[in-house]
Write a protein that binds this ligand. Structure first.
Ligand SMILES: [Zn+2]
Length: 299
């Protein structure tokens, strides 16, 4: 996907919508995290991005002295929230989010959380937004759209009058979303895709990568991709693979080696989703190290 933004330079995507890409490129962040400044006489910021002095300067430049009504965050990963406390302290703006970081399920005994370092557990949230809540910032009407899956507190922000949705890490054009237990949940992720497919917005502004101008076909494709992955995993289990490393080795042959850890977590998410529907089961506790099996069908 072509996306080669000037890092640190505000780009106008639509009237009253500026995007600034942070200088944190990587295999999980693409060119960097997108921060958005929305409004005219006053503004809101969506996802201030990582704690980085250059990015803070670029954001303040884009805000240009206009009153900042609130700092909205799509979810508590540090590449989205790291700068929020400093921006809040400098501007006096409150931080609004769905809620504090939390896992989709509790940790199994002895299980490590591979993504713990990414989580922001100390974000000072001034206001918790409920799914469907409508509020006004920067002269725009916003609607909070809970979209759990990537993490349990993931929330998109719609501008329903303009057909725009700030989709965070839930729907991105450049890559599929990481769904990594215990923080993430494949069942939640698929339900959130279905939920957005029932909405009317036609332009998505994601947390990483360029705008998505055909979100519905993209989301149908994402859903089909996950179903294909699930079928491949069922097939590996049927062939006798029992461990996540064996399944990853079989079905992620073309994947960047830096992403194989993430691939293992995605497979775990699929296995948990199968287990929730009674289609597969771990021996003992669910986790990356478990042995997994298809559940025998009733005769
Ligand atoms: Zn994230």
């Amino acid at each position: 996907m072509e996306f080669d933004p000037r890092i640190g330079a505000a780009q106008a995507l639509a009237p009253g919508i500026l995007r600034i890409v942070a200088p944190n490129p990587g295999p999980m962040t693409f060119r960097g995290t997108n921060s958005y400044v929305i409004g005219q006489d006053s503004v809101a910021v969506v996802d201030p991005g990582p704690d980085n002095a250059d990015h803070l300067a670029a954001l303040l430049d884009a805000i240009d002295g206009r009153p900042l009504g609130a700092i909205l965050v799509t979810h508590c990963h540090l590449d989205h929230t790291g700068l929020a406390p400093r921006l809040a302290a400098l501007t006096g703006a409150p931080i609004w989010a769905e809620g504090p970081h939390r896992s989709a399920r509790s940790l199994e005994e002895g299980e490590a959380n591979a993504l713990d370092a990414a989580a922001d557990r100390s974000l000072p949230i001034a206001r918790r937004l409920a799914d469907g809540e409508v509020f006004h910032l920067g002269g725009e009407r916003f609607e909070a759209v809970a979209t759990p899956g990537h993490v349990a507190n993931h929330m998109g922000f719609a501008l329903p009058d303009r057909g725009i949705l700030l989709s965070g890490d839930h729907v991105m054009g450049w890559a599929t979303t990481l769904v990594a237990p215990p923080d993430g949940s494949m069942a939640d992720y698929m339900a959130s895709l279905d939920k957005l497919l029932g909405r009317a917005e036609t332009l998505y502004l994601p947390g990483h990568g360029g705008p998505v101008s055909q979100p519905h076909p993209l989301m149908r494709g994402l859903r089909a991709h996950r179903r294909m992955r699930e079928r491949a995993i069922i097939e590996r289990l049927a062939q006798g693979d029992e461990t996540i490393p064996a399944i990853v080795a079989a079905i992620y042959r073309q994947t960047d080696p830096r992403l194989l850890g993430a691939a293992a977590l995605n497979v775990l998410a699929h296995l948990e989703f199968l287990a929730e529907r009674g289609l597969a089961a771990p021996h003992g506790a669910a986790g990356l190290d478990a042995r997994w099996q298809l559940t025998p069908r009733e005769p």
